[in-house]
Design a protein around this ligand. Structure first.
Ligand SMILES: Cc1ncc(COP(=O)(O)O)c(C=O)c1O
Length: 303
């Protein structure tokens, strides 16, 4: 067993009790909340004191003392994760410096800290045009500079960085609708398939699957889904080629926090997933049928 990353004192005590009942000792790293502004969207920032995650770093020494005294636990490291889609290294560095100071203090207190789990969070470019998050190599060099002399094993948990640009959501244009002062592209994909735009106001580049000729005319469209919520909007006044009903568009960078956050809201079956490699492709998760979706419901015997 490698380690449990512990989020709170009650969880720590519960893990100890379980371990004792099983006759084992659980290796733990305690997630500390360094109270650092990750400078990312507030809903995916996790390292400020007002966020629910980890234990306040100011209380860490006391919590580590309790962990060391619990019979089912063995302290092996420190864990931190300050948020997702970070586009600057400075917040990471601020957090890692605090983890460094804490590690030295904990060692003085007699704990054997040999592993640092630094979480995930490194952002990816969502807009072809202007955002340039730090390169993984620069992130690695910073970790080496700040923590490299501690003799600790370093763990990282990148998520979006690995999968974000590995996936696209392909959707069809159902209707092109002329509104009052704006035109809408109504797609067959909706907020249930890719919730990031309606949940976080996130930007996804949306491109036609068949690229137009260079210099082909464009116009602004509001790009929306068919669900009865105004939040079911992917983009407003997005400059797009003159698409027609039946054309396909692709949402770029939809491989992270995309399908995994999808729901069957409005009885919309989850989209199928297709794995593509070179000129090979395969459906690796089928679209459920309505019968499959409905067959999960149960009538209670008293109804
Ligand atoms: C503890 C932890 N580690 C890693 C990740 C992955 O983050 P990201 O996809 O931003 O790399 C998350 C995401 O929420 C997380 O909560």
């Amino acid at each position: 067993m490698r380690q449990f990353n512990v989020e709170s004192e009650p969880e720590m005590r519960a893990i100890s009790d379980f371990a004792v009942s099983m006759g084992v000792t659980a290796p733990v790293a305690i997630r500390v909340n360094p109270d650092v502004d990750a400078k990312t969207h507030e809903k995916i920032a996790t390292g400020k004191s007002e966020n629910k995650f980890g234990i306040p770093i100011a209380r860490a020494r006391a919590v580590y003392a309790e962990a060391a005294a619990l019979p089912g636990l063995r302290v092996v490291g420190v864990d931190v994760h300050i948020g997702s889609q970070l586009t600057e290294l400075a917040p990471f560095e601020a957090a890692f410096r605090k983890v460094r100071d804490l590690t030295l203090q904990l060692r003085e207190d007699g704990h054997q800290i040999r592993r640092l789990d630094l979480g995930g969070g490194l952002g990816i470019p969502y807009m072809r045009s202007n955002d340039q998050p730090p390169l993984p190599t620069d992130y690695g060099a910073m970790i080496q500079r700040v923590l490299g002399d501690l003799g600790c094993e370093i763990e990282i948990e990148p998520g979006r960085l690995i999968s974000g640009n590995a996936g696209m959501l392909v959707a069809g244009v159902v209707w092109v609708k002329n509104g009052e002062g704006r035109d809408f592209l109504i797609l067959d994909a909706a907020m249930n398939d890719l919730v990031r735009p309606s949940m976080y106001g996130a930007h996804h580049d949306i491109i036609p699957v068949i690229e137009g000729a260079p210099g082909a005319p464009t116009q602004p469209f509001d790009i929306v889904g068919p669900v009865c919520e105004t939040g079911d909007t992917f983009a407003k006044a997005r400059e797009m080629p003159l698409l027609a009903e039946g054309d396909l568009v692709a949402f770029r960078s939809a491989g992270a926090y995309g399908a995994v956050m999808a729901s069957e809201y409005n009885s919309r079956p989850l989209v199928p997933e297709v794995l593509v490699m070179g000129d090979h492709y395969a459906v690796i998760r089928e679209r459920p049928t309505f019968d499959e979706m409905l067959s999960r419901d149960r009538l209670p015997p008293w109804l």
